[in-house]
Design a protein around this ligand. Structure first.
Ligand SMILES: Cc1ncc(COP(=O)(O)O)c(C=O)c1O
Length: 346
């Protein structure tokens, strides 16, 4: 493959200004052409690299927006405590936002939370509230019950509730897609977006519809997720999919839907590294494999894929061959073969 590059060293005059605080670094993430991921060079595939937000994921955007909107309209005041149920990127984004604004943060997690994410939330000053017992086999219900209990026990507590809060999609409408559109204007034929709360997909779609852009928004969901009338089943890749329908997702429709298996996500992660040197997270691997599954129909088109986070968050799961074998029942050679890579070259 002949990789085209038009890189020019940054001139002193182009050096960005100094941000006023860490949250001012949220957004303005880069776009990169993925020239080798697909089997054909006829698709103009571009990735939005959300791992380059300061907290490492797209969730920095809604975390900041939900908190700053609540501070602006008085639902939240200096010294208050933010309470949220999350064990992943939203927990990290909220811990970061609360640290900058001098707010306390309690993050409700269950035993399935990845130890690395919990450690990051703690390191950012968040307090971890561990729910040890599921309610009727459901840890999400138990976590939400604990959130309600924490809110009842003190008046100075605020629950952003990312699954129902319209400031979540609004942050992507004002940021993620507006940034992409500022570069590509009406050139995007397809936008591929992984879904969980559906905040990212919904915010992007609302912007594109309001601007009357031609772009088709393709929702990418996990097999086993209940979004988009899916049937509940086991899911092992965190970040993508939902076990119950979020309020934000009710009545929402997109221009297309691709469901990806856990193994497809892992395969996409391997292929992104092998073909692009791009360490993407699990949902990013799924999004790229969703694009690959449609590559024949995408010939001649410009396609943007939002990559929510980095593979660095998944070293103990997606990027651990032992975990993949144990949890997904596939050897590294099988994963590489699924990814269209040489199975022997491990
Ligand atoms: C890694 C990753 N990918 C995709 C998503 C889905 O984003 P949204 O909740 O906006 O649908 C999330 C959300 O938590 C995520 O953490």
């Amino acid at each position: 493959m002949n990789v085209q590059s038009n890189f020019k060293p940054t001139a002193i005059a182009d050096t960005p200004r100094i941000a006023d605080n860490l949250l001012d670094l949220v957004g303005q993430t880069p776009l990169v052409r993925l020239q080798g991921y697909l089997d054909t060079a006829d698709v103009n595939l571009i990735a939005k690299v959300e791992a380059l937000n300061p907290g490492g994921s797209a969730k920095d955007r809604p975390a900041r927006h939900m908190i700053e909107r609540a501070l602006a309209d008085g639902r939240l005041s200096a010294g208050d405590t933010v309470v949220e149920s999350s064990s992943g990127n939203m927990g990290i984004g909220l811990a970061q936002t609360c640290a900058v604004h001098g707010l306390k943060f309690i993050c409700v997690v269950d035993p399935n939370a990845q130890a690395q994410n919990v450690a990051i939330i703690r390191a950012l000053g968040g307090e971890i509230e561990l729910v040890e017992t599921a309610m009727d086999g459901d840890f999400l219900a138990a976590r939400l019950d604990r959130v309600a209990e924490l809110l009842r026990s003190s008046p100075d507590r605020f629950w952003p509730n990312q699954y129902a809060n319209t400031d979540n999609p609004a942050s992507h409408e004002a940021g993620t897609i507006a940034e992409i559109d500022a570069v590509l204007l009406d050139q995007i034929d397809y936008l591929f977006v992984a879904c969980s709360s559906t905040g990212t997909a919904r915010g992007c779609r609302d912007y594109l519809r309001a601007k009357r852009r031609k772009t088709k928004v393709i929702a990418v969901d996990a097999e086993g997720s209940t979004l988009f009338d899916g049937t509940a089943g086991p899911r092992k890749i965190s970040g993508m999919g939902a076990g119950r329908l979020p309020e934000l997702a009710e009545g929402q429709s997109f221009d297309g839907l691709v469901r990806v298996s856990d193994l497809a996500c892992v395969a996409g992660c391997r292929r992104a590294v092998a073909r692009e040197g791009f360490l993407v997270g699990g949902s990013g691997g799924g999004v790229l494999e969703a694009v690959r599954s449609m590559q024949e129909t995408l010939r001649g088109k410009t396609v943007v894929a939002i990559i929510h986070d980095s593979g660095a968050r998944y070293l103990g799961t997606v990027f651990d061959a032992g975990w993949v074998e144990r949890e997904l029942g596939a050897s590294e050679a099988e994963v590489r073969s699924l990814a269209g890579l040489d199975p022997a070259a491990t």
